[in-house]
Design a protein around this ligand. Structure first.
Ligand SMILES: Nc1ncnc2c1ncn2[C@@H]1O[C@H](COP(=O)(O)OP(=O)(O)OP(=O)(O)O)[C@@H](O)[C@H]1O
Length: 611
């Protein structure tokens, strides 16, 4: 018996970490707990905000100290102490400012890392039916650009709103302490512009959502064509596609300009308010000073406070706008984070097939059973499989044949549990597969899909993808069984030859056999081959057929075949037609009793094989 077939599969790495929970939805809205949403980053963000507030306090104290310095000069007293205090304050302001930027920046990077790694993990563990509803480009845009905008919101914008809010409130309090009349004049000028600025900030959020959706659409459109370059070129569709993408980019530009227009109106609005306030304060202050209602020192301090207020006020409103842009991104990330994941049981180790554990053959005698399975794809009404029942013995070749659209690939998708039946059950050794941990199920079922997908990387990496710990002996055996030994030996770096995207560098037939060898290394109990021999030349096909016969001595091979020549030796053949089991039997039996099977065989000029 082949060592490939008997080697217990290893567990996929890093499957035991619980699916991380994202708390982005807690940031606002009903039941919002913003502080909780920041999770383990609270300490660092708290420290950053504290440093910022201390820096702000150092800034706020500066006008008072300069005011005291002016008073000291007026009174012709020694100025060494106030100058020293001012110098210490300037230094503290600078050091605290630098530390504050570093800590907030660090927290931002940590947050982006957490969001990206958690979301990637959730996406990889998402239910197939949930994931297939998303556009890849949109997912990509959310993972890359929305995470950056979310970082800004959760760190810089929140921190800046708190810090500048503190500066503004502190400044106003100190101004009230210096002169209440001048403060009232200031607030009158700034109040109107603040209301306009808040209204603009709300508008920024609205157009930001549109802009981010447009950016996602651009990503989707780009990925759609980049993933099908040979087809685009063969169809001479470059110009058409380029124009289509330019149209979508134009849409993103249009909404981006709206964001820019609203954002850029914020600064001038607040500038007008502050300049107006400054003019009024200087005029009114000079008059009050001339009449002796306030001292020159107080007027100096008040004007300095107003100057100090301008920058924080502008930054405050810019940060509120930034916060609104980021909030739109966080909403989009939270939506992605709610993607349905496969049950936690998916992360459980395969119970009876841990490394080093021999599998008792007797335990599997009952094989795989489809028991009155009915299925329709989610969101559709059409019944794709209708009351389908058949049995697959623990060993031997079972073929599934039928016209196009009969439901053959769907049978495999249900065995892999990419979808679950609407009614009925699929059992392995008597256990409903919905009661098995997914990891266990997928370790006993090997699947070579229609596209026999390979990944960018070396031949070895592709080969050992589902059995990362496979040894050289097992690899050599799998290659031999897939008739690939000579092909790989002829590559420039053998097993370490780099393949391009989707296995570029190998022929279609070689890619397909590599996918089969990869599945063999997993040592499955049920090997699902979906059109697995479609790309093979006659010589390779014969070699593979011999391999399958050999493999099927100790595991169940279930093959979907359009070319009936590949399955005439099957122990049983299930004929599907429009989602129903039309007939089950051997090639000879079906040829005698099934019109449909005869028709399929005739279509492929196989009548001679039947005789
Ligand atoms: N993701 C899906 N969502 C909705 N309907 C689907 C989906 N995939 C397949 N179908 C439909 O289910 C039916 C069965 O498809 P399936 O791919 O199982 O057929 P098949 O027998 O494997 O066909 P072929 O031999 O052409 O590959 C078809 O009518 C198809 O349109």
């Amino acid at each position: 018996m082949s060592p490939v077939g008997t080697r217990p599969p290893t567990r996929p790495r890093a499957v035991h970490r619980a699916v991380p929970q994202l708390h982005l939805h807690l940031l606002w809205g009903k039941g919002a707990k913003p502080w909780r949403a920041l999770g383990r980053h609270r300490g660092l963000i708290g420290l950053g905000i504290l440093l910022g507030l201390l820096g702000a306090a150092a800034s706020l104290a500066q006008p008072a100290v300069i005011g005291a310095l002016v008073a000291t000069v007026e009174q012709r007293q020694p100025v060494t102490e106030p100058i020293l205090i001012a110098a210490v304050l300037f230094l503290a302001d600078a050091v605290l400012g630098a530390l504050h930027s570093y800590v907030i920046g660090l927290a931002g990077e940590n947050i982006v890392y957490d969001i990206r790694s958690n979301l990637a993990s959730r996406l990889l563990r998402s239910r197939f039916r949930a994931y297939s509803g998303w556009k890849q480009g949109d997912v990509f845009a959310r993972m890359v650009s929305d995470t950056l905008l979310a970082r800004t919101t959760m760190t810089h914008a929140i921190d800046s709103i708190i810090q500048n809010g503190f500066l503004v409130v502190g400044g106003i309090a100190l101004m009230a302490w210096v002169d209440e009349v001048l403060l009232l004049a200031t607030l009158g000028c700034l109040g109107v512009t603040s209301v306009i600025s808040l209204w603009l900030a709300r508008g920024v959020r609205k157009v930001s959502i549109t802009n981010q959706t447009d950016t996602g659409n651009f990503g989707s459109a780009l990925m759609r064509v980049l993933g099908a370059m040979p087809t685009v070129k063969a169809s001479r569709a470059e110009t058409r596609e380029a124009e289509g993408i330019a149209d979508i980019a134009k849409q993103a530009r249009k909404s981006g300009i709206k964001v820019t227009v609203l954002s850029s109106l914020l600064d001038p609005t607040m500038s007008i308010g502050t300049q107006l306030a400054l003019t009024v304060v200087i005029a009114l202050g000079a008059a009050r000073s001339a009449t002796g209602q306030m001292s020159a020192a107080d007027l100096t301090a008040f004007i300095l406070y107003l100057f100090y207020l301008v920058a924080p006020l502008l930054t405050l409103f810019t940060s509120i706008a930034q916060f609104q842009v980021g909030r739109a991104s966080i909403d989009r990330l939270a939506e992605l984070g709610r993607i349905e994941v496969e049950g936690d049981r998916a992360t459980e180790p395969p119970a009876e097939r841990r490394r080093g554990t021999r599998v008792s053959r007797g335990a599997y005698d009952s094989g795989l059973v489809f028991d009155k399975v009915t299925f329709a794809y989610p969101g559709t009404e059409k019944v794709v499989l209708d009351d389908v029942s058949f049995k697959v013995p623990a060993t031997g070749l079972t073929a599934v044949v039928g016209p196009s659209g009969a439901g053959k690939s769907t049978v495999f998708q249900l065995i892999e549990r990419l979808f679950d039946p609407v009614s009925g059950a699929i059992r392995i050794d008597g256990t409903n597969i919905t009661d098995m941990p997914l990891n266990q199920l997928r370790s006993v079922v090997g699947y070579v899909d229609q596209d026999h997908t390979l990944l960018r990387g070396t031949v070895r990496e592709n080969l050992t993808y589902s059995a990362p710990d496979a040894g050289d002996k097992d690899i050599a055996e799998a290659l031999r069984m897939a008739n690939l030994t000579e092909v790989i030996a002829a590559l420039p770096h053998g097993l370490d030859t780099e393949l391009g995207d989707r296995g570029a560098g190998l022929s279609g037939g070689q890619r397909q056999r590599l996918a089969i060898a990869r599945t063999l290394l997993q040592a499955p109990r049920f090997l699902l081959l979906d059109e697995a021999t479609a790309n093979l030349d006659s010589e390779s096909e014969n070699a593979l057929r011999d391999s399958i016969t050999m493999i099927s001595d100790f595991c169940a091979v279930i093959a979907i075949a359009h070319r009936l020549s590949t399955v005439t030796e099957a122990r049983r053949i299930v004929v599907l037609d429009r989602g129903e089991v039309h007939a089950i039997g051997t090639h000879d039996e079906l040829h005698r009793h099934s019109d449909l099977y005869r028709r399929l065989a005739r279509l492929q000029s196989l009548s001679d094989v039947a005789s």
